[in-house]
Structure formats: C-alpha cells, structure tokens
Design a protein around this ligand. Structure first.
Ligand code: HEM
Length: 427
C-alpha cells in the first residue's frame, strides 16, 4: 500500500498511526520501541513485538539503525537459501567490516575455508567426544553437588562448552579463564549506546589477538598437530597458507561459536523446564525423550538472536524494495515462533515432532558445531536431571539477561537443590 512517490522506506508504524485516528490505540503500542540493534531490546524478550512484526511488518525497516529485520520463518529460510542475492560477504553483524573468517564469505571461498576444519565436527567425529563430555559434565556437577546451591550460569552452564572448544582449538588450560572473560566481554559489547561495554569488547579483542599470535608462533615452531589452530596454521588453499589474521579470526569464530551459545541453551533450557514442571518431570522419567527435548530447548531458547546478510542486488521482498548494499538481519527467535510452521508455537513441548527450528540457521552457513552442541546438551541434561532432579531457582532469585543484539542469555542464575555426594567421573 506504499503510495507512488513516497520515500522508499515507509515506517511500518505509519499506517498504524494513521489508523489510530480512527481506532483507539493501546497506551504503549506494541511496535513503539523496536530497536533491532539495541541489546536491551533483546534482553526484554520481545516476543510480542516479533509476533506483531510477523503479521504487520515482516520485512521491517529500522530507520534509526538502517537495517531490515526479517521475522517470518519462510522468509528467513528463503534468504538463507539464496546467497547470490543475500550475501555473507560483509560481516555477520550489520554494517560490520568484512573479516577473514568463513562466516564472512560466500562460496566458493566459504566452502574452502569451512572444509579446513569441517572434519572435526562431523556427527561421527563428534560422537567420539561423548565419553569426554560425560566426564566433564560429571566433574562440573561434582564440583557443586555437596553444596546444595550454586550459580547455574557460571558453575554449570558456561564451563562445559568452553572446556571442550578450547581443548579442540589446542589452547593451554591456563588460558581458559582469560578466554571466557574475553569472549564474554566481546559479546557484551554487541549493542549500541553502551560505550563502556563497547570499549571493553575492543580491549578483549586486542587481548585475544595478542594471545593468539603467541599460540600461532608456537604451532608454527612445531610439526603439524591435530588441534584446530595447528590445522589452520598448516592448511593450504590453492597452495597458499592462511595468514595470521585469517587464523586469528577463524579461531575466534570457532571459540565464540562454541562457548557463547550452548551455555545459554543449558541455562535457558533449565529455566523453561522449571517453568513447565510437567515437562521436566516427563524428562526425568523418560530421559530418552531428550532426543526431541533438546530440539525443543533449542527452538525455545534460540541463543543467537540474528545473523546479518548484505543485499547483493535490488530485490523486492513482501512489497518492500531492498537495495543493493542494504543490511538485513534474520531474526531466528521470531522465525522459531512462527505459527505458519509450528503448531501452537508458544507451547513448550519436549515431545514436539517435527521441529524444523532455525536455531542453527540453514543453508551454506548452517552451524558448523550443531552436532557438538546437540551432544553437549543431551549429556548435560541427562546428568543434571538424574543427579539434581529437584534443582530449582533460589528464593527471590533474579535472572539478569545479557543486553546483546547478537547472542544472549542469563548472566546469573542462583539455584538450590538437595545436596548429593560426588560420583565417579568414569563414563
Ligand atoms: C546451541 C549452540 C549453537 C547455536 C544455537 C549456534 C547457532 C549458529 C547459527 C545461527 C549460525 C549461523 C547460521 C547461518 O548463518 O545460517 C552458526 C554458525 C556457526 N557456528 Fe554455531 N551455534 C551453536 C554452537 C556452535 C558450536 C558448539 C560451534 C563450535 C564449533 C559453532 C560454530 C559455528 C561456526 C564456525 C559457524 C559459521 C559456519 C559458516 O559460516 O559456515 N557453533 N551457528
């Protein structure tokens, strides 16, 4: 209904505003404070606004940030499947600079890069990690089980993914605390307006860079090993080795992809189970249902809030004219609540099947670590539900949420449970 000659980017609120002269509006219209790049917006869990956008403005123009927001499942899917029109050649963050990492590339460059490390993440190779994952889960739970209380985020959810991915990358254990701090600080800086968080993110990026240059020098001084940094140091594409910057960025992507995501599904998944005690009870009694349960936790939590694409040629999507160079973001949590695909999408159902959620994206950039994340989640919830079945939020506990426009979840989660004795860590 855009009148001819009108500015090409009509605010999606414009028609509603006009309509409001005739229809009384709620005091705070649902679309009022949509801000696609403000981390605080995501921390407010804007499901109501995503539902409004899916119906009224599925291709939403955020004029302040100059970015399009795509909220419907089928649109997200179509865009993921069409990299010739919706390119990854810039950055996974809107308006970001291109970086020498696979997620910032289109094919064929993207595939050459991804192939270098893909072997370590196939479902079969990942299955080999199950005994290690189970041992780590048991150690993590042993560490707190006699206390009867802990901070679920920092004592349980965050360590597992970090320990695994840092080990796969070949980083020394004495660096693990720093790696967690740096990757957290980098993600806390993915917002607008919070200058302190943005500065700390920059400093963390520099510190990681310095550290990684040391690791690269060490790997190059040794014969090829099978840790991922060594693989990247010795890999060749068309007869050429990767430069330092490419190795730094590629391993940072794997580190953050590995340690800043799965943990939020452990935390957010546990919150969902506590809010739906019948579902939790069902999984305690039927741990085999974690096969579908893990998929529902992924759909429900969807820790990566969006990925960005750059429009590669002028194109119309649902009546909106997108121009070459425009930035758009694919809002995965919204797609995962789209009633066109998910029956009763706001119902949390650990037996939901089929469950074609987009928490891992789709298409050429489909998450490299999806099999690893699924296995971590399955084993962690098996161990938690068996050993701490009455775990619950501490009285008066608050769940502060990370204000990130990229990956978010709880920053703290005080919980209590009946103390139990440590157990053998042997699988
Ligand atoms: C629950 C956990 C995880 C979630 C929800 C998640 C989600 C995602 C999403 C949405 C994408 C972008 C897909 C797209 O653009 O279509 C992605 C890409 C990626 N993820 Fe994950 N991820 C998780 C765990 C991991 C883990 C454990 C790793 C460790 C290796 C990892 C590494 C990557 C990498 C390297 C990419 C870029 C792939 C490419 O560009 O080809 N992720 N992930």
């Amino acid at each position: 209904m855009k009148p001819v000659g009108a500015p090409r980017r009509t605010s999606p609120g414009a028609l509603t505003e006009l309509g409001s002269r005739f229809t009384p509006m709620a005091e705070h219209p649902v679309q009022d404070d949509i801000d696609l790049l403000d981390g605080r917006w995501y921390a407010r869990h804007p499901y109501e606004q995503w539902a409004w956008m899916r119906v009224h403005a599925p291709v939403y123009w955020d004029a302040k940030n100059e970015v399009w927001g795509i909220t419907r499942y089928h649109d997200v899917l179509a865009i993921e499947k069409d990299p010739a029109t919706f390119s990854s050649r810039r950055s996974p963050r809107p308006h970001g600079d291109p970086l020498p990492m696979m997620i910032s590339m289109d094919d064929p460059k993207h595939t050459s890069r991804r192939k270098l490390v893909n072997r370590g993440f196939t479902p079969r190779r990942v299955r080999d990690h199950e005994p290690t994952i189970r041992r780590l889960c048991r150690q993590i739970i042993n560490h707190v089980c006699e206390r009867g209380q802990c901070d679920f985020v920092w004592d349980i959810a965050a360590p597992l993914p970090l320990l695994l991915i840092a080990d796969m990358l070949g980083f020394p254990p004495e660096s693990y605390d720093d790696l967690l701090t740096w990757s957290d600080d980098m993600i806390r800086g993915t917002t607008v307006g919070d200058e302190v968080a943005i500065r700390k993110a920059h400093e963390a990026g520099m510190a990681f860079r310095e550290f990684q240059l040391g690791v690269i020098a060490d790997r190059r001084s040794k014969p090829p090993g099978d840790d991922l940094v060594s693989v990247l140091c010795y890999a060749e594409i068309d007869g050429e080795r990767l430069d330092d910057e490419s190795i730094i960025q590629e391993s940072l992507l794997i580190l953050i992809g590995g340690d800043e995501t799965t943990r939020h599904v452990i935390t957010g998944g546990m919150v969902a189970l506590l809010e739906h005690p019948d579902q939790k009870e069902f999984l305690v009694e039927h741990p085999e249902a974690l096969e579908t349960g893990v998929e529902e936790l992924l759909r429900w939590v969807t820790p990566i809030k969006n990925m960005s694409r750059t429009v590669a040629r002028d194109v119309e999507v649902r009546g909106q004219q997108l121009r070459e160079g425009d930035q758009l973001i694919l809002l995965y949590p919204s797609a995962n609540r789209d009633a066109e695909v998910f029956e009763d999408p706001d119902r949390f159902d650990v037996t939901r099947k089929p469950n074609p959620h987009l928490a891992f994206g789709f298409g050429p950039h489909f998450c490299l670590g999806a099999s690893l994340a699924r296995l971590e989640l399955k084993v962690m919830f098996e161990e938690l539900l068996r050993r701490l079945p009455d775990l619950h939020l501490a009285d008066g506990a608050e769940l502060p949420y990370r204000a990130s426009n990229f990956i978010s979840g709880a920053e703290a989660m005080p919980v209590e449970f009946t103390p139990v004795a440590p157990m053998s860590t042997a699988p």
